[in-house]
Design a protein around this ligand. Structure first.
Ligand SMILES: *Cc1c(COP(=O)(O)O)cnc(C)c1O
Length: 371
């Protein structure tokens, strides 16, 4: 038998994946069983119940989509949009841009509400876009824009849209488990996330929730959902808690064990304590970086604790330093994307990575490298 190929462990402080706790890796090594095995269905039901807690929702249709965060993104749009529908999309970074691109591919008319990277999209601009396009099928925004580190406010737009026929879609890929995601309180109709950011689980599943009115919309479509794999009306017959579950596709069994363990760990820590931990280490890192001459990229007052974007001091080129950080210190951070390419680092303190110890290791390495 040949030896397994070697992988050096790294301290993952980039925009994802985040560090995975041993307990979760061990959970993945449990026996693979069938996707309709009653033991597995129990795990799935428990995962769904735990996800409702983390999403702060009572929506019955809450489950992990098989695929990474991008699959959740596609699922949200593909289920709600039909060709010719209008989709209002907030764009202030990469992920808003991707939502727009996906919606266009689905034949929707996209009304883009754009803002400079590093800034929030003023909720009144989104409300105005809806007043200009009152028949829009949906409005979509990114809660935690991982390309910039900006935290988009969700409540005002949610309260406004709740009084209309238009559905509210929120990308919570980098927020779920790190900062509060209040699906019911903010009247969010469809919200999706990813396992490998603040949930601290390997990449592979996209937790997702549909409000009853979103599901009604899915069931009353004129044309079937363009994606068979992501069709929520078909998925509901497998993931829903009915006694007559039907095979749709083979769920990634061992990934579900991992997500289950991650959610158990979240319950043990407590959501509030987990948010406080992310807030505390994020604020500390941001202060320490500014003290070292870094310039924070995201607008003050709207910075994510779990994703810090910052330009290096004195115009130092970021890529060689980032490479040295990985090769010499085994620490991964991300570079900038789009207009911020070559200009910033993106530092993630997510899930098990949101610790003072991680901040200490990073700062010590940065001090060494900038010396
Ligand atoms: C990471 C991310 C995605 C995409 O998730 P993948 O797991 O990489 O497919 C979507 N939206 C946001 C805001 C993200 O940070």
């Amino acid at each position: 038998m040949s030896a397994p190929f070697p992988i050096r462990p790294r301290l993952l402080l980039g925009p994802g994946p985040s560090p995975v706790h041993d307990r979760i890796l061990q959970a993945m090594a449990r026996p693979t069983v069938g996707h309709l095995d009653p033991q597995f269905l129990q795990v799935m039901d428990d995962v769904n119940a735990r996800l409702r807690q983390v999403f702060s929702t009572a929506h019955p249709l809450t489950f992990p989509v098989s695929g990474t965060g991008s699959a959740g993104q596609e699922a949200a749009l593909a289920n709600l949009l039909e060709p010719g529908d209008t989709a209002i999309i907030g764009i202030n970074g990469v992920f808003g841009g991707r939502l727009a691109e996906m919606a266009r591919r689905m034949g929707a008319e996209v009304v883009a509400v754009e803002e400079t990277w590093g800034h929030i999209i003023d909720p009144t601009k989104l409300v105005q876009a809806h007043r200009d396009h009152p028949h829009a099928r949906l409005v979509a925004v990114v809660h935690a824009e991982t390309s910039t580190g900006v935290r988009q406010p969700l409540d005002e737009l949610g309260s406004y849209l709740a009084g209309t026929e238009t559905l509210y879609v929120v990308d919570a890929v980098t927020s779920l488990g790190g900062i509060p995601v209040e699906v019911d309180a903010h009247h969010i109709d469809v919200c999706y996330s990813g396992t490998q950011k603040c949930l601290g689980v390997p990449p592979g599943l996209s937790p997702m929730t549909f409000s009853p009115r979103a599901l009604e919309r899915v069931r009353s479509r004129k044309h079937p959902c363009q994606s068979w794999y992501l069709d929520a009306s078909l998925l509901a017959d497998y993931v829903g808690e009915s006694s007559e579950r039907k095979y749709h596709h083979t769920a990634p069994i061992n990934m579900m064990y991992a997500l289950h363990e991650g959610l158990v760990m979240i319950e043990e820590e407590g959501l509030e304590a987990r948010y406080a931990r992310h807030a505390e280490v994020g604020a500390r890192l941001q202060g320490e970086l500014e003290a070292r001459g870094f310039t924070l990229f995201a607008e003050e007052g709207h910075r994510l604790p779990e994703l810090t974007s910052a330009a290096l001091p004195g115009g130092v080129a970021e890529a060689p330093l980032r490479k040295a950080l990985l090769e010499r210190y085994d620490i991964e951070v991300g570079g900038g994307l789009g207009p911020a390419k070559g200009r910033i680092w993106r530092i993630g303190l997510m899930g098990a990575g949101a610790t003072h110890d991680g901040v200490d290791r990073l700062l010590a390495a940065v001090d060494d490298l900038l010396d």
